[in-house]
Design a protein around this ligand. Structure first.
Ligand code: GLC
Ligand code: CA
Length: 536
């Protein structure tokens, strides 16, 4: 297979609302992203995924779209969008749009029409029935909402302001292909496809994820829209196993480039429960999961590699240490992930080790998912403290507080009042400081991105898990015809020792997060969160 541009790319995700405000209204915008392109170029990324900037009533912060071909005025205009595409292109960065087509906003014209009568020509764009069944919304409660006018219920797997589209209707699919082609013709570099594994649902049979028509629809999408364009497509698929991921991303199947799978992300919740039911991560289990995906996808699919996005807590707070070892642990997490096979994604602020944002009251929370969970569980008798604890650990706002640019008012994000407050640690944790310190987390990310461009072993090499005799010391080997790279990390705050079953002769240090003499390597001991990749 010839290499695709996205196979050695590193993709950076921007959450526009929280990235950079350019006009002092406290809300990040497209012009703000343009202002920061030089920074992203310096980091070295070549793909830029932006969360939705389309017209939206903002019930779920833009993931409820009321017009797919209009820009939300608070983010700017279509001219700004064109300028972003243009300016990004000058810097060799491709812009990837968020494609939210499992549902629209209830304020989309298709839905406002559909609601008018059972005979309306848009009625079948959505899913209606006379009586609800047991399907529940991912945000809590029933997935069915009663509509007075026509006395039927419509399906919404997310909030009731996000009615699910009826993909069985060929007209719906055609509208979507047309809309995608509009963006492709503007020159976007691809799509990140929101909850795409829901589109083949069969509500009658209580099937939502991985429905029977999912893959046929994706093949149709490929054929009718992006197939002839040189773009990346990545599906958000909470329900994917390696087997399923191969169906999406096998190079001969003409579906997607890759998917985001969430098996590793689910490891710190009680099995079978929701993400709010907390459990401590077992690093050995994490390593098993990553290794399984690396090996099983092999050459029959393509992995995405990520710790963070706009729905997840900050990784350094989650599985690293956001106190004493913030810098070491953030670098360790980066080295561990970026040494693997697949396309890495970086979420804004991850590259400077931004941390979670602790709250004490629900009134501090913006996120609809956290708020709905809180109300629901309070009624079920949960203690307030335990709910706040869960929100602090897993709430989506952790990722959504504004980007920290400088030790200035509101972290340099805005001169107005930010829509969500800026973390008080922005005085020390910010881009300006990171750029000024040659030992900062930023430069570890910069180096990892450069390594991927320059070393085909990272892109193409095989992966093998290596035993260390210590469950928190994680190691793996990448191999191609001529080279072997060994990565070994201490996924813990304690010093640790380990033993490799084979002796490796260290030829060169590729990257590490502690200053070490070469001779000290593989002494069998690792410092807290120590990580190193070496040529052996
Ligand atoms: C995806 C998005 C999330 C959104 C949901 C509904 O999971 O990442 O932010 O709330 O889909 O669109
Ligand atoms: Ca603004």
């Amino acid at each position: 297979m010839t290499k695709k541009w996205w196979q050695d790319a590193v993709i950076y995700q921007v959450y526009p609302r929280s990235f950079q405000d350019s006009n002092e209204d406290g809300i990040g915008d497209i012009k703000g992203i343009i202002q920061r392109l030089d920074y992203l170029e310096k980091l070295g990324i070549t793909g830029l995924w932006i969360s939705p900037v389309y017209a939206s009533p903002n019930d779920d912060n833009g993931y409820d779209i009321s017009d797919y071909q209009e820009i939300q005025p608070e983010y700017g205009t279509m001219e700004d969008m064109d300028e972003l595409l243009n300016e990004a292109k000058k810097r060799n960065i491709k812009v990837i749009m968020d494609l939210v087509v499992n549902h629209t906003s209830d304020e989309h014209r298709w839905f406002t029409e559909a609601k008018k009568s059972k005979e309306n020509r848009y009625r079948d764009y959505y899913i209606w029935r006379d009586k609800p069944n047991e399907l529940t919304s991912d945000f809590g409660g029933s997935a069915w909402e009663y509509d007075e006018v026509t006395q039927q219920y419509y399906l919404h797997i997310h909030s009731k302001k996000q009615p699910d589209l009826n993909w069985e209707n060929p007209k719906v699919r055609q509208e979507i292909w047309k809309m995608m082609t509009f963006w492709l013709d503007k020159g976007v570099g691809g799509f990140r496809m929101d909850v795409i594994d829901l589109i083949g649902k069969e509500p009658e049979n209580l099937i939502t994820k991985n429905g029977p028509m999912l893959h046929p629809y994706l093949r149709e999408m490929n054929e009718q829209s992006f197939g002839q364009y040189n773009v990346v497509t990545v599906g958000e698929t909470w329900g994917a196993t390696p087997e399923i991921a191969k169906e999406y991303s096998h190079p001969t199947r003409q579906e997607l480039s890759m998917v985001f799978q969430f098996e590793h992300i689910n490891l710190d919740k009680v099995q079978g429960q929701r993400k709010w039911d907390l459990k401590t991560l077992n690093p050995a289990e994490l390593h098993q999961v990553f290794s399984k995906w690396q090996v099983e996808l092999g050459n029959e699919g393509w992995n995405s590699l990520f710790w963070n996005n706009h729905d997840l807590p900050r990784i350094v707070s989650r599985w690293g240490d956001d106190g004493e070892y913030r810098v070491e642990s953030a670098k360790m997490l980066a080295i561990y992930l970026h040494g693997m096979k697949g396309t890495p994604y970086i979420y804004q602020g991850e590259e400077i080790g931004m941390t979670n944002y602790p709250i004490t009251e629900i009134s501090e929370v913006d996120d609809i998912e956290s708020r709905r969970m809180y109300e629901e569980r309070l009624c079920q008798g949960y203690a307030k403290e335990s709910l706040i604890k869960s929100i602090n650990a897993k709430g989506r706002d952790n990722a959504r507080h504004p980007m920290q640019w400088a030790n200035e008012l509101h972290g340099g994000f805005t001169k107005g009042t930010p829509w969500l407050p800026v973390h008080k640690n922005s005085h020390t944790i910010n881009v300006e400081n990171a750029l000024a310190d040659s030992n900062s987390i930023f430069y570890t990310y910069q180096k990892l991105i450069a390594l991927r461009k320059e070393n085909s072993i990272l892109v193409e090499g095989d992966y093998q898990q290596i035993e260390t005799g210590n469950p928190v010391v994680l190691a793996y080997l990448r191999t191609d015809q001529s080279t072997k790279w060994l990565t070994i990390v201490n996924f813990s705050k304690e010093r640790n020792s380990y033993q490799l079953s084979q002796k490796y002769a260290v030829q060169e240090i590729v990257i590490s997060n502690y200053e070490h003499e070469r001779t000290h390597l593989f002494s069998g001991k690792l410092e807290p969160f120590e990580a190193v990749t070496v040529v052996v």
